[in-house]
Write a new protein. Structure first.
Length: 93
């Protein structure tokens, strides 16, 4: 029996929460690095690029946005606040 792809996405939400730590924002490249470097709940295939991550998160209503992190120029990334509803709804821990 094939695993339910929704379960993989919910597991990914849990790993994203871990990757955020206590930060309010995270760049897409940093999030991808964290996700692909951890042995978390998500056991699906590695997420290889920003578009693939955005496509997975789109059904949850989560989209990357331009932001400034530290002294870096504008980067694309995610706000913790955008995940709160999905985390609450799917009980991602």
């Amino acid at each position: 029996m094939q695993p339910d792809p929704r379960d993989e996405k919910v597991a990914l939400l849990a790993d994203i929460r871990t990757a955020f730590g206590d930060r309010a924002r995270i760049s897409t490249s940093e999030l991808l690095g964290a996700l692909n470097g951890m042995h978390g709940v998500h056991q699906g295939p590695a997420i290889r690029n920003p578009k693939q991550l955005a496509d997975i998160l789109r059904p949850f209503g989560i989209h990357p946005k331009k932001m400034r992190l530290g002294t870096d120029n504008s980067v694309r990334g995610y706000d913790r606040a955008d995940f709160r509803d999905a985390w609450a709804r799917y009980q991602a821990s």
